[in-house]
Design a protein around this ligand. Structure first.
Ligand SMILES: *[C@@H]1O[C@H](CO)[C@@H](O)[C@H](O)[C@H]1NC(C)=O
Length: 369
């Protein structure tokens, strides 16, 4: 109802100050006041985030409760996680790639305008979500990657170039190298159990078939070796601000020991996060390389639009992935405009955090597969 009223209001404004204009102005202001107060008291603001990233949720809540927009509140929340290096997998100093380097994936989406900004495999700049917001607010693009994303972010005023490695990330990487670069994300390559350079096994198929006999398909098994830290790695957050506007954001280092150049689901809109303020929002985390093939958060929001409640929508999106990839791990949290939220997961126990007007502090919800 707000849009037609506003359009009429602007029309009347252009055609000078008529009685109709005054009447419409009265109606417009009345609808703002009434509409606003009803929702604010009941549901808003609202913050939802993957994992027990309590400090990040508190920071986003504080911003939103103080009147910040959904976009700014989500940036505040995810930035807090980057500064705290939540789980050692968000912000600088975590998740080294095969070369020992830490890079950043981040995204922000405004569910009112459907604008999106994102950075992928960004080097040398620690402020992932702020860089994503700069892409959204100062370019016509959606996603910038690699060193060019870094140059852009620095040119727009973010600190850098910065060394994103920490003693912990370098130590972790050194141990992995010492363990013959196991586990890793390669498949159908040789050498099989040591560090690269790798070459496709198919090169050998015609020349030396005996080599292939001992070669097991093992990439999915390897994922289980160092599970917790390899995949438990993304903050994905949704905020509904006082005005009922919705935004989502994500930030992560991506997968530990990833092949350099890999971009995960973090900066892929519709995968790790999605918002449409007519409906609600979704946050996802997990095995990003698989999840991004299904755009689960887009699926969740569109399912809610068609009438599913958040729980059913989240379960449906997880189920679609699990049917094709029974070993995948992931968690999804869905929230609708009414402030109802629910999670679903597969392959692990998932947790998400919520702060709403009815709560004294952040509450953590646990979802079993
Ligand atoms: C970056 O920091 C790490 C960890 O402190 C250190 O080992 C590495 O040498 C540094 N790299 C550069 C280029 O300064």
């Amino acid at each position: 109802m707000a849009m037609p009223t506003r359009a009429l209001f602007q029309d009347s404004l252009r055609s000078k100050s008529t009685p109709l204009f005054k009447f419409m102005l009265f109606l417009f202001l009345l609808s703002m006041v009434l509409g606003h107060e009803t929702v604010e008291v009941e549901h808003y603001p609202l913050v939802v985030s993957t994992w027990p990233f309590v400090e990040a949720v508190r920071a986003a809540w504080k911003a939103a409760d103080g009147g910040s927009t959904a976009v700014d509140s989500v940036v505040e929340g995810c930035s807090t996680c980057e500064e705290l290096r939540c789980d050692g997998t968000v912000g600088p100093g975590g998740s080294p790639d095969e070369n020992g380097e830490t890079t950043i994936d981040a995204l922000v989406m405004d569910g009112a305008t459907m604008e999106v900004g994102a950075v992928g495999a960004m080097r040398y700049v620690k402020d992932g979500i702020k860089a994503a917001r700069l892409v959204m607010q100062h370019t016509e693009h959606t996603l910038l990657v690699g060193e060019k994303a870094s140059s852009f972010a620095i040119s727009m005023g973010l600190p850098g170039p910065t060394n994103l490695s920490s003693s912990e990330s370098i130590e972790k990487w050194a141990k992995w190298k010492a363990n013959n670069c196991q586990p890793n994300f390669w498949k159908n390559v040789l050498p099989e159990n040591s560090c690269g350079p790798y070459r496709p096994t198919s090169y050998l198929e015609h020349t030396d078939e005996t080599c292939l006999k001992t070669y097991p398909m093992q990439t999915t098994d390897l994922r289980f070796l160092d599970l917790g830290h390899r995949i438990h790695d993304t903050i994905s957050m949704a905020v509904i601000d006082r005005m009922g506007h919705i935004a989502v954001g994500t930030s992560t280092n991506g997968a530990t020991f990833k092949i350099p150049g890999r971009v995960g689901d973090g900066p892929i809109v519709g995968s790790s996060a999605y918002a449409n303020e007519e409906v609600g929002a979704c946050c996802a985390t997990g095995d990003g390389d698989i999840m991004m093939r299904f755009l689960p958060c887009y699926q969740v929001v569109e399912s809610m639009r068609l009438g599913m409640n958040p729980e059913l929508a989240a379960k449906d999106a997880i189920g679609r992935i699990a049917r094709k990839f029974p070993d995948f791990m992931g968690g999804i949290v869905a929230v609708n405009k009414k402030g109802e939220h629910a999670g679903a997961c597969h392959g692990w126990t998932f947790q998400y955090s919520v702060r709403s007007p009815g709560m004294k502090d952040v509450q953590v919800f646990t979802v079993l597969p």
